[in-house]
Design a protein around this ligand. Structure first.
Ligand code: PMT
Length: 218
């Protein structure tokens, strides 16, 4: 099965870490498993796969070229450096905000200080920027990780981010979403939605790519 031979696929995976000072950061629970499974499945189908990964503890899948990044800004730059591509799949859990001015030395508690304010600024949206770019891939796929009103938020992301497909997953439930080996994905296209059979992220990655392939061939 080399159905993606000759195509370039860029996949983002894992969390981003936004430094507060040299020892602390803002991050999230993404393990990278979902994005790595997609990158592996695309490589098995013969695609030229560039994986842009946040800090994770996973081995690089066979046949995949990987670049490691830490922050959202680094991920943005690495994704754009990997373009042009035929398909972009943004499975990374990118931090929406970063500390405005990371401290260069460890922030110390002062006597009597019982609260502190961290000023955050917005990170650029990689998915939206890829979708709006001059080198827009033929298919731009994003994810939506939501704890509630999953469908509404996912469908809103289709238009606000300019994606062709949003793969929605509920997070905050044990055994799926962040960190787990299994997941439940509902795919939202502009012309309809489809629930994939729940199961291992590896199987879901293949099911997702089957439909991506269908769209590329349509
Ligand atoms: O890594 P795992 O432990 O396997 O977990 C998998 C997962 C839950 C992380 C994955 O399935 C998933 O949902 N990834 C997207 C998580 C996320 O950040 O969703 P979001 O709803 O906040 O963002 C929506 C989309 O915009 C995503 O495609 C995200 O990559 C993208 N985005 C968000 C913010 C930003 N600044 N730039 C972006 O590109």
């Amino acid at each position: 099965m080399r159905a993606l031979a000759g195509l370039r696929v860029v996949v983002s995976a894992g969390p981003t870490f936004e430094d507060i000072d040299p020892v602390r950061f803002i991050g999230n629970r993404s393990s990278g498993k979902m994005g790595f499974a997609i990158a592996a499945a695309a490589a098995r189908r013969g695609a030229d796969v560039q994986l842009v990964s946040g800090p994770v503890a996973l081995a690089t899948p066979d046949g995949v070229s990987r670049i490691d990044v830490r922050s959202a800004a680094q991920m943005h730059a690495a994704v754009f450096a990997a373009l042009p591509a035929d398909v972009y799949i943004g499975a990374a859990a990118v931090a929406d905000f970063r500390p405005r001015a990371p401290a260069t030395a460890k922030i110390k508690k002062r006597p009597g200080e019982d609260s502190m304010v961290l000023h955050l600024v917005r990170n650029a949206d990689i998915l939206a920027d890829v979708a709006a770019s001059d080198v827009r891939p033929r298919l731009v796929v994003g994810f939506a990780a939501e704890t509630d009103e999953v469908t509404q938020h996912a469908r809103a992301k289709l238009s606000t981010k300019g994606a062709d497909l949003i793969a929605a997953n509920r997070v905050g439930i044990a055994g799926r979403g962040f960190e787990a080996d299994d997941n439940v994905l509902v795919l939202h296209w502009r012309d309809g939605s489809r629930t994939l059979p729940p199961g291992a992220k590896t199987a879901l990655a293949d099911a997702l790519l089957d439909l991506v392939q269908e769209r590329l061939e349509a």
